[in-house]
Design a protein around this ligand. Structure first.
Ligand SMILES: Nc1nc2c(ncn2[C@@H]2O[C@H](COP(=O)(O)OP(=O)(O)O)[C@@H](O)[C@H]2O)c(=O)[nH]1
Ligand SMILES: [Mg+2]
Length: 398
């Protein structure tokens, strides 16, 4: 395969234009892509006002060593703004992550989380292929975080921690099948057949899946030098075409990224490529939720209305505070006026005019106290909502 770049990207992206992008422009693109995902709310455009579905669940599935944990670590690093390895990454053929781990992606400090969860699994090898039953249970969201997952052995549904009544919030909304781009041709046949078999389980469970190519830096020097070159690289284009054919998917269902392995600093090109791939996965999660629209609405309302109402109340309070400032100023002006009037009265100047001013002042005073009452009522309402929020956050269902 030839190693060269096309003059125009073989895959169009609204972010990466045809022309060479400067470093400064790339910084802006990275921020825009990050902001889009930070502000991502599942099925947001189709939600009634104040409704939010909590988060989407993305399962990483593939052979041991294909780069599943690295995919999570890379995404996590992008949002942390520094290299951040949470999921253990193994260099040997036997994976070190044996438990199903449900990772939250944090951004801008420990308290903020993206509305997505990434599920990392141990992965499969020749002697530990996944059974259809295990995949089905996994997709149904019955297995808790930290469940010791041996893909080849049976899951006992009476084991502790099993969620026997999962809702649409608990299920997998998209599977990302991780494939090492440098070993597409050398993939063990048992592993390949197992992934194909699992694809049929995903189809019968209505869960969309995509292919995620890792190690793209290993098959293209130009991509190694600048990861966004992957969009113009003939080698990456050919690898995408090959893997799409191998797994029976359309080429647009194949995404790719270079994972951080030994770097100590972030690279804007690695970040952009990873963010574009994650955006593609989120798009597939949206498709899933769209198919279960009614249930999504049902599950969204209860949790979010309190949160949204609280925000609205805060905005109302801020507005009222502004109003009260205006009234206070007017009140003070009137007080000064009153003092002057009193003085004028004492000096026995035009009695009718003074009376009018005094009445105006009284009106302002009533208005101000009315606003005060409104503020107190809103505070009570807000505090009640805050308590409701706390109850909800502590509820075992969340
Ligand atoms: N050069 C390079 N190495 C990668 C990439 N993705 C993963 N690796 C390396 O591949 C090895 C296996 O990755 P790991 O995430 O542990 O695979 P897992 O078993 O599927 O979780 C590790 O040494 C990673 O650093 C990549 O995109 N480029
Ligand atoms: Mg791993």
């Amino acid at each position: 395969m030839s190693d060269n770049l096309r003059s125009k990207p073989w895959r169009k992206s609204e972010y990466l234009g045809d022309k060479t992008t400067s470093f400064e422009q790339k910084e802006v693109i990275r921020q825009r892509l990050k902001d889009n995902i930070i502000n991502y709310k599942p099925l947001h455009e189709l939600m009634p006002l104040h409704h939010t579905f909590p988060r989407v669940n993305i399962l990483l599935f593939g052979a041991i060593g294909s780069g599943k944990s690295s995919v999570f670590n890379t995404i996590s690093s992008v949002f942390k703004g520094k290299i951040f390895d949470i999921a253990p990454v193994g260099r040997s053929t036997s994976s070190i992550s044996t438990k199903l781990t449900k990772f939250q992606v944090m951004y801008g400090g420990i308290a903020e989380q993206l509305r997505l969860t990434i599920w990392d699994t141990r992965g499969i090898d020749e002697t530990h292929l996944m059974t259809s039953q295990t995949m089905k249970i996994l997709l149904e969201g019955k297995l808790p975080d930290r469940y010791p997952l041996d893909p080849s052995s049976e899951v006992h549904l009476d084991s502790p921690g099993i969620n026997t009544a999962p809702t649409l919030c608990d299920v997998v909304h998209c599977v990302s099948i991780i494939v090492d781009a440098s070993t597409i041709d050398d993939m063990d046949d048992d592993i390949y057949q197992n992934i194909r078999e699992m694809q049929t389980v995903m189809i019968s469970s209505d869960v969309p899946y995509v292919i995620m190519l890792t190690n793209i830096d290993k098959i293209c020097e130009l991509t190694k030098a600048d990861t966004t070159n992957a969009y113009k690289s003939v080698r990456i284009r050919d690898a995408v075409a090959k893997v799409a054919k191998k797994f029976g998917v359309v080429q647009t269902a194949v995404f790719f990224m270079k994972c951080y392995e030994e770097e100590t600093f972030l690279d804007v090109n690695v970040d952009i490529t990873a963010l574009l791939a994650l955006s593609g996965i989120l798009h597939n999660c949206e498709t899933y939720l769209h198919n279960f629209y009614e249930t999504v609405i049902e599950l969204s309302s209860a949790q979010s209305s309190v949160e949204e109402d609280n925000k609205t109340l805060k905005a109302e309070i801020a507005k009222l505070k502004g109003k009260i400032n205006v009234y206070t100023n007017q009140y003070n002006e009137k007080s000064i006026e009153r003092t002057k009037l009193k003085k004028a009265m004492e000096e026995k100047v035009g009695y009718g005019e003074k009376m009018l001013k005094i009445m105006e002042y009284g009106k302002m005073k009533i208005q101000a106290s009315f606003i005060e009452t409104e503020i107190v009522a809103l505070r009570v309402k807000r505090d009640r909502l805050k308590m409701e929020c706390t109850d909800l956050l502590n509820s075992p269902d969340l």
